[in-house]
Design a protein around this ligand. Sequence first.
Ligand code: BG6
Length: 527
Amino acid sequence: MDDRGVAVGSETGTVVKGKASDLGVYVSECLTVGPVDPCTIVIFGASGDLTARKLIPALYHLHLNDTLPDPVSIVGCARTPMGNEEFRERLRDAHMDGASVDLSRWDEFAANLYYHPVLYDSLQSFTDLAEYLRSLDKQRHTQGNRIFYLAIPPTLYQGTAEMIGQIGLAREAEDGNGWSRIVVEKPFGRDLPTAMELERTLHRSFHEHQIFRIDHYLAKETVQNILMFRFANTIFEPIWNRSYVSHVGIIASEKLGVEHRAGYYEQSGVLRDMFQNHMMQLLSLTAMEPPSLFEADRVRDEKIKVYRSFKPFDEANQHRDLILGQYGRGVADGIEVPAYREEAGVNPESLTPTFALMRIFVDNWRWRGVPFYLVSGKRLAQKVTRIVVQFKRVPHSMFRSVLGEDIRANRLTLGIYPQERITLTFQTKNPGARSCLRPVTMDFYYDQSVSGPILDAYEKVLLDCMQGDQMLFWRKDSVERCWSFLTPILSQCEACADREQRLHPYESGSWGPEEAQKWMRLILDEA
Ligand code: BG6
């Protein structure tokens, strides 16, 4: 229980002491860590999907919670010529498409929205933008603080970052500038050389403390909870190692197929799309050592130690540690769905993997010899995101003569989707005269008994960026370290003579290729 008298788990769920409204206050207090400076948020790619579907709804929701700084200006930039009013209307319409959105404070919010057209390859256009931003800043008293959000295709990242540098808006506390930050979405390159090239460009204009590389998995409440769970309790850490843990499974399976993103996905495949970022973050949070302080760089220092400890893949025997697959036709939610190669925009002979199961070893004192099974894929049976810590069996079964049965080992599951919950499986005696065991679970549901606002992933990252808190963002060294682990694997997969044979087909709606089932059972087996 914390000093506010809030929340401890019990086998029936969360026991809450105090009124629900106390919890609301608690959650609200958790929303902001410190004051948020007035600022201007410049969104490049303002006529695109990400702006309408994620960024503006997130900013509006922050406004509804009174969490946006005051004053704040949100400036949309894109090639399309339009005025402020048209921009506001477009976003309002896009918003109304959503489910039951509370638009009662939209007009108040929309008064902070501006639009300024920009040509990404024209220095003159960026020079005009700089002038516009400086005069808006004076008019709105936003103190020269700026966030540049790259909601644009990755091919435009470098050029845009360079232009911002050239017009002098990356410099901090100079020429009427306050702080200046740039937000970059994945993919951060497509292999080690391209990632390093992108980094060099970003660093020509920005310092590392100004660069915010987003991984939306890190902003998920339950993902953040992994560190709290591990390091705010004493009882789990002593057994969180090779002496007690048999293996760890990390799964992010999806029911959806490639949707309308074939152009991007054909170039990336599951390893670049999910492993280089989200899966690596889940792994490091599970495997890292406790930092001495819950502070961005200390946490990120510990993460990179995990990446540095990865045992390199044995190139000659890669197939032992990596199973790749591609979905064929099948049924999803009762509807017949096409094979990946039949999807619009996909090469009918595509060799892009849509499924991967990878076994990684973290070669350090804590984890030596413990396999980490990472699996992700599209068009699988269910959407599940979960970390499974499978403990070892009891060293000696004193019950074997009575029970004559296998005693299942303990298992701890950190559920991220569909249910945000923590489940511990253990053995108890079945009630009754006979001695027999039954595995039971103790569940904690993350959102149980919580009232008050909960931040969605984009709200959280935007707010952190406004506060300059880089805890939930990738750092340059980790990006490069993960690419240096994955690049040889990708090169080998993409260049090997038996590439087609190594890509195992699986039926849509199944749990992946036959070849992966032995390992899938280790991860999915609920008991
Ligand atoms: C994205 C990937 O980063 O994550 C998508 O590009 C994937 O292909 C998505 O579908 C999964 O995110 P979530 O939050 O739905 O698990």
